[in-house]
Write a protein that binds this ligand. Sequence first.
Ligand code: HEM
Length: 263
Amino acid sequence: MENADIIESLTGVSKERKKSRLPAKLDFYQSATGVFLGLFMWAHMILVSSILLGNNAMYDVTKMFEGKFLFGEGYPVIVSIAVFIVFVIFILHAGLAMRKFPDNYKQYKNFKTNMNLLQHDDTKYWFIQAYTGFAMFFLGSIHLYTMMVQSDKIGPYASSDRIVSGWYWPLYILLLLAVEFHGAIGLYRVSVKWGWFDGKNPRETRANLKKAKKVVTVIFLTLGVLSLAAYIKIGIGHEGRVGQMYTPTSSISIQYNQNKKVA
Ligand code: HEM
């Protein structure tokens, strides 16, 4: 070990009497990975909710991400690679955020007492972030690992089978709650922290951002609950045929078959 490292570890300043820039850099990376994941989750929820438009819509979305429009057929490995990348960013974000967790009872008590004395929303939000973030370590990892190794089993029937017959619905209810609160609070906090929308009156902006955060949470929670309900309904109806993949029906072919029956 270098002497410089020993000096800095004991005094908190380097040989050149400078404080390290590393904590600030890590803060930046924490925000950057968080913003990526927050925006990703908005897109993800819109894509997952394609099931509300019908089985064909969700099937088309799945095939699009498998690259069917480019290669003529779907390659689930493309989804596995995308999940791997998101998983790495997810782990990096969790690792960076963990630095801020209170690491003993005294620190925890200190924070909680201050929070109760201050009665300040943004301080309370940090507390919610720590709890929902902790829950996502486990819940999010299970989901991401499953998506990575079972990317060939995504679709209107396969996803619904996993949710109902594979017992993923309790995990998704908890994950949905954790991710929607965490994501919206995170994006709010990061825009306040870096002053992105400060404008002429930061105080007023903050109040507006807080309202926007609430609206976003309600919209995405509603979308998530409705989508989950749709997958559950399909999964219950498909219990006798678990494992069978969906084959798309175009409205034209339905029309054709119906006409044939009549004739
Ligand atoms: C590229 C990465 C990801 C892919 C490909 C993916 C894919 C999917 C798919 C296909 C579903 C439908 C259910 C199923 O098939 O099991 C789903 C649901 C869900 N995912 Fe992801 N996901 C990804 C990342 C994430 C992340 C990072 C989170 C949060 C940490 C997350 C949270 C959820 C939740 C909460 C649901 C349930 C949604 C509902 O209420 O209907 N996903 N995801």
